[in-house]
Each structure stands twice: as structure tokens, then as C-alpha cells.
Design a protein around this ligand. Sequence first.
Ligand code: ATP
Length: 604
Amino acid sequence: MLFEVLAKALDSAERTTSRTQLTAILVDLFRKTEPDVVDKVVYLLQGRLWPEWSGLPELGVGIKLLIKAASKSLGIKESEIEALYNKLGDSGKVIEQLKAGKSSAGVGGLARFVQKADTSRLTVVEVYDTLAKVAQATGEGSRDIKVNLIASLLSRATPLEARYIARLVEGRLRLGIGDATIMDAIAIAYTGSSLNRQLVEYAYNVRADLGNVAKVLATKGLEGLKAITPTPGIPLRPMLAERLSNPQEILDKVGGEALVEYKYDGERAQIHKAGDRITIFSRRLENITHQYPDVVDMAKNFIKAGEAIVEGEIVCIDPDTGAMRPFQELMHRKRKHDIHEALKEYPVAVFLFDVLYVDGRNMLNEPLKTRREVLSKIITENDKFRLSEAVVVTRADDLEKFFLKAVEEGAEGVVVKALHSQSIYQAGARGWLWIKYKRDYKSEMIDTVDLVAVGAFKGRGKRGGKVGALLVAAYDPDTDTFQTVCKVGSGFTDADLEKMDEILAPYVIDHRHPRVVSEVEPDIWLTPALVAEILGAELTLSPQHTCCRDMVKKGAGISIRFPRFIRWRPDKGPEDATTTKELTEMYYRQLKKISEEVVEKIEQ
Ligand code: ATP
């Protein structure tokens, strides 16, 4: 397939503000894509070369190097390209303009230097393979190799193609086309019906490689998708928990009997063992193996199975007392440059809570009781590598007692898990089979929520011109959209504000993103990418915001009163943000609490 087809689709995707149209653009693109290159097209749409977890180097060459390559291919002085770049701030637009031979931004007389493009047309495979070489070139002479490879692509590219090659090379494509949109599009393109979307999602949950899933569907059809099972070395999307704050309600939800486990305050780890090869994936499925050589050793020595995928939480512990230390300590460890020093200063323990695969056996559809039994059989338990602390309960007061013990010992609370025959491992789903019950839910304030920055407002007065507030949104997985919740203008430290423009810059776009539903017009629109943790006094109804619009009251959405920024959550992607459904549930819980308090007062 010609790269031009992809470039045109990217251009249309960039222009649209409609989610439906975005899907249609992708369906059309996939229909034109040959089945054996569909994986590459999916990665490029995601602005990458391979799945994030692969651990392979990604693109992201510096602007200087890109300018050098552009200069070489276009025959224009680097200083002149740089001047135009300083003016436009987007390498893609700069190189596109120069290639088109019209420098409308006014760098005089550049056009006459522009070389005539080589007439042989670029294919997707050529562009992809060349970009892969650029990303993987290392060591002495690699700079020149990269410059030559990029220059060779730019020389043959049309102006539009050059726009996207430049952005890809710089690692700044960032179109914000979510996985859900891509899944919708491949289901329609390859099966003719969006009804098969569920099966695509199942496959993606079990094999978190959307390029590969698309290729399996394109080449082997639905039967191919159904045959996808957990594979050591390829992460699964993690099962997630719902939240509630009333022990009796929690027990009722899980069917009366539950396995209650400590909710450890550490980093979730999906540990894969294939013989001596250990790979560790984070909650966001990044490959974090290199950060935990000690956990790698534990997995090698204490997982008895030849092949296994287990899940647990890595927690920092006090080397003297063995007590658990808070999550922040783990972050200190990650920031240390000398990993061996970090191992000594911040030792960790691993508390395992699930098993997804053992020696050829897919464990996902086994009930929790069976999974826990198998887990205990394949682990040689010791102080630092063991099963999570857990009890089986059927009574709310026992649950509450265990919760208090968990908190006292430094856990965040508990995760309550259903034990009945249907208590399978739901990869990628947040469902009622697991319910978290955290310490914060007991306080007067609402829990913090994780919301996505979709817009920004410039400050006035002494912060005039600089961003001083964010427009944040919740995620609605059903429509794959981000619906606005509130404007957050407080809680930022001076340092946060200082860095704000720089943090937001890569995501600034000139119109509302097609996946954002908003009636508020911020000064700056953003591609939904960054997640912020927000704390508020309470949830309220608002006519301005679109989150859960009309669900509680006609014409009103759910918003947060007195929202405060707590911190950025780089460990979460936009689709990991708090969902609109969760906010509705939180709102109803709040209402229930208020009415209970009123009844209590009346009774007194
Ligand atoms: P949070 O922001 O509360 O950590 P989350 O969105 O990362 O939540 P949830 O599924 O909502 O994820 O909450 C469960 C999280 O708690 C898991 O992702 C995992 O990291 C952590 N955890 C700690 N102990 C356990 C346990 N025993 N069982 C399951 N998850 C646990």
C-alpha cells in the first residue's frame, strides 16, 4: 500500500471533530490496507512502531537532527529551516511547507532551493522499515545513519507525506486516536459488523498488541481471534476493581462470600516466566523488568512452573523491620540511577494475588478459588515472595475487622473478590467481581478521581498568558469519549505552574478533539492524553459540563465543587481515567449518605 493512502487518512483524522467520522475514516483506511501490513498501519496510527511493552526503542529523534535531515534532502540551510520551525513550532508543517515550495510564513526566497521530489512513490512498508532502522540505530556513527535514512524518506515524500514522516520521526504524531476507535474500525472493516467488536476486545485484552490482533483478524478471521490465549512474554490487560464503601453492600454485590485481600500500596506487576526468561509489566503494560532485577531473581527461583503468568503488587519494605513502606518510597527507588544501590536502599517484597496461565493451561476462565489454589502450588513462599494476605468472609463485621487490620499494617485498604463459580479473571475489565474498599472512602471528602486534561485556560494578572487552569474530563468507555467534569484552577504548586506550558505543549491542537464532548470553550484545546488526580469537596450538578449529562437530572451533568489538583498520574493513560459511570455511582452514594444523615438527625 502506498504511504500516501495512510497520510491522507491521517490528514482527514486530524481535521475531523466527529468521533463517528473518525471511525469511518479508519474503516475506509483498513479496507484499503493489505492484510499483511495491517499491523504496521495500526502501530503507525498509534504514533509508534511496536507495542509499548516490547521494550524496543521508539522514535523520538531531536529536532536538530530532523532539521539536518530536512536540510540535506531539501537543499535548504539548517538555519533557515530552524527559523521557520521557531515560528511554526511544528516540524511536520515546516517540512510540508518547504516541500510544497511555498514558504507562507515568510522566510524569504526558500522555495527556489527546494529540490524536485524523486518520483518513485513511498509504500507503508518502506516508510515503516526505514523508521524502524532509525529507531534502532545506536552507537558510533548512528547520528549520520539516522540523518541519511530520514533524508532519503523526505526526498521521496510528497508534502503531505513529509508532514507525517517528520512528526513520526520526532515521536510527536499524537493524534489521540484511541484503541477503542481502532477496535471499532477493524471490526467493521474486516467482519462487516460492529457486533464483532466484543470479540476484538476480548482478543486485545488477552493479547495487548492491537497490531497483531488486527492482523490475526485480517488474515485468519473471527476463528483466529477466538483462538487467542495468554502467551508468556505478551502482557494481558489487567482486571480492575469497582469501588464501594459499605461492607455489607460489598458482600451483597459479590454474592455473600468473598476472599478479602490486603490492597497493597505499591506497583502492580504482571510477571511472565518462560523458562529462565522473566518479563515484568506494569499496570499500563510498560516493560519494567530492568527496574526490578531483584524481582526477576525471585521469579526465577520461586516460581516452580516452567511457564507462568502471575500477578502481584511490588511493595517497598523497611529493611530493618520488614514493615511496608508507602508507594512514594518505590518512586524514589525508580528515580535512583544506580539500580544496585537502589536495591539495597529500597528493598521490595512481592505479594501475589492471581495466576493467569501455567504450563500451557489458560487460567482465565477458572474461578478464583481454583486460581488461588494453583497459585499457592506453583510458588515457593518466603518473606519476600508470597501470596497476598487474605481471608474468606461471609459477614460484614469480619470484613470491617480485616479492613482495619490491613490499614493498620500499611495497606491502602482491601480488595474484596467474589469466590463463586463465575468468578473468572476478566482481563481488561473493571467489574463487580473485584471491589476495592479504601481508607479514603471513609473520610468526609469524596475520593480523589483521575481526570483527563482536554483543555486549558490562560491565567490573568501576574500569570497572564501562561496556563493557570485545566478543563478536565471523565472517560465514557461506551462511547469512547471524554466528557467534561470541571475546570481546575487550584492546588497547583508554583513548580507545577512553571512546568505546565511545557507539559501541555505536545498535546495542543487547534480545535476540539473528536473524542471530547464539551460545551465549555477553553483557551487551548488538548488531545486527551494527560491524567491528573483531582480532589474535591463534593460532587454537584452543573448545566455547563457534559459528564453524565441528563442521567441524574435533565440538562445537567456531574461536576466537582472546589476541585484541587493533586498531581499528574503518568502511570495512567486517558482510558484509565475515572469513568462517567463511576462518577454517577459516586454521586448516588453521596446522595444516599446525605439522606441517611438527615434521617439520623430527625431521629435524634
Ligand atoms: P488505584 O488508583 O486505586 O490504585 P487502579 O485504577 O490502579 O486503582 P483498581 O483495579 O481500581 O486499579 O484497583 C486495584 C489496584 O490495586 C490494582 O491495580 C493493583 O495495583 C492494586 N492491588 C493491591 N493489592 C491488590 C490485591 N490484593 N488484589 C488486586 N489488586 C491489588
